[in-house]
Design a protein around this ligand. Structure first.
Ligand code: COA
Length: 201
């Protein structure tokens, strides 16, 4: 059983309600909620076909991306601490967990769908791992119990990232997902419970 309902509250709103301080700092990176002021820099890599090759959708113009991301309230920019250069973005979309009708209220906003995108020139430096690990810790700190994500099976970079982060492969589908250029493709789904995250130092 899968839950694909979007919670009424966004993850950004949850952060604000709990007083999360931004930017979140890691050894090399900063994470901050995406705002319209970030759009021009984000568009530099989101406009590239190699960035969106495996993505759910392409955007024709930066305004489309902004119109989707701002109400979604789930995206964070990932920047270098040293000079503030934008490396990419990560996201945590708050969702309701699947529940029987009578228990549905208790399942609201109990899980997130994670996502990640790095500009091509910033891949293979471990930045995605560092950024998503910090995002997962934030999600756990805010009391969200489960994190999940999925990708095309051929998107090796994405599922290797999930495995490096300790996520568990929970689903494996056969020619279930239609790619705009490649036809029907296999898919993989990963998840981890907040209580399963490695202890922090
Ligand atoms: C998915 C995606 C974010 C993964 O990015 P990535 O750069 O490969 O991931 P990381 O930042 O964790 O880098 C890991 C690699 O950096 C290398 N690396 C270099 N320095 C490192 C460090 N200090 N720490 C960890 N890894 C380091 C590692 O060798 C590792 O490569 P390996 O897995 O072959 O061993 C990236 O491919 C992407 O943006 N793709 C396009 C968008 C996309 O498809 N998103 C997902 C849609 S479902």
């Amino acid at each position: 059983m899968t839950a694909d309902t979007t919670s009424q509250r966004t993850f950004h709103e949850l952060c604000a309600a709990r007083g999360t301080a931004f930017p979140v700092l890691t050894e090399r990176l900063t994470l901050s909620p995406f705002t319209a002021a970030d759009l021009d820099e984000v568009w530099e890599y989101w406009r590239l076909p190699e960035t969106t090759h495996w993505m759910s959708r392409r955007y024709e113009a930066p305004e489309q991306l902004c119109d989707r991301w701002l109400p979604q309230g789930s995206k964070f920019t990932v920047r270098l601490r040293t000079d503030g250069a934008l490396l990419g973005d990560v996201g945590a979309r708050l969702q309701d967990g699947w529940a029987q009708q009578e228990a549905a209220d208790q399942a609201r906003g109990t899980q997130v769908e994670l996502d990640w995108t790095l500009a091509p020139q910033h891949q293979a430096h471990g930045y995605a791992r560092e950024a998503v690990r910090a995002l997962m810790e934030l999600v756990a700190d805010l009391g969200v119990r489960r994190m999940q994500a999925g990708c095309f099976a051929e998107n090796t970079g994405s599922w290797r990232l999930m495995e490096a982060l300790g996520m568990r492969r929970e689903t494996s589908t056969v020619r279930e997902s239609l790619h705009r250029d490649l036809g029907w493709q296999d898919g993989v789904g990963y998840a981890v419970l907040a209580e399963e995250l490695p202890a922090r130092h």
